[in-house]
Design a protein around this ligand. Structure first.
Ligand code: HEM
Length: 192
């Protein structure tokens, strides 16, 4: 077996781990409105404590991707639009994750940890349904899906940029819809 295939396998394993974690986080976000007690909400949000793994996944994706570029002996180069665009996308993922999502998630986690057992206080719901977290979290996922298109189709500069913009915009739009739905169900849930 070629080393290239092994490194590609590891690269894809990290992709699966990262998407597995983000799917679980999104499932907790989208399902959280069904929770009527703080204990239930803690179950929906239980994988949030694994969020600090995202920077590690990002670094691993870069290291393994760069190794693949090296092992390809010139088939792929950093000058290729799909490679440089995916590196730029990784930087965006890191910055959004570290500067926007992580601090908000810390606040939400602390509020949930401090909440007394029983029905969910509207103020706690408001902290957990933070619109920017919804929008930017989904933006990151959409952009990461667009990077998969870059990896598999290897488009030129225009195609790479358009794909990343479409992925990010679609993610942002889905996050906006999700945040609005949560706020819409909030009053009825708290009335139960
Ligand atoms: C969010 C970040 C990333 C994701 C989700 C991702 C995903 C993937 C996937 C799914 C493949 C398999 C494609 C296929 O076999 O057709 C792949 C291959 C590859 N990736 Fe990435 N990747 C990411 C970042 C990077 C970065 C930053 C680099 C370069 C520094 C890179 C370099 C490569 C290379 C060279 C291949 C092999 C392409 C081939 O053999 O056809 N990746 N990536």
């Amino acid at each position: 077996m070629h080393l290239y295939s092994v490194v590609l396998f590891l690269h894809i394993v990290v992709v699966l781990l990262a998407f597995g974690l983000s799917s679980s986080l999104h499932a907790g976000e989208w399902g959280g409105h069904r929770a009527t007690t703080v204990a239930e909400l803690r179950v929906y949000r239980r994988t949030a404590r694994l969020e600090p793994l995202f920077p590690l996944f990002t670094v691993l994706l870069f290291v393994l991707g760069a190794w693949l570029v090296h092992l390809s002996h010139g088939s792929w180069e950093y000058g290729d639009a799909w490679v440089s665009a995916s590196i730029a996308a990784l930087v965006v993922l890191l910055v959004v994750g570290g500067a926007v999502l992580a601090p908000r998630s810390k606040v939400a986690g602390a509020a949930l940890a401090a909440a007394p057992e029983g029905p969910i206080d509207p103020a706690l719901r408001a902290v957990l349904n933070d619109r920017i977290s919804w929008q930017m979290g989904h933006l990151n996922t959409g952009m990461a899906i667009a990077v998969i298109y870059l990896m598999t189709s290897k488009p030129g500069a225009a195609g790479s940029i358009v794909a990343l913009i479409i992925g990010a915009a679609a993610g942002f739009a889905i996050g906006t819809v999700g945040a609005s739905k949560q706020s819409a169900v909030q009053p009825s849930m708290t009335a139960i």
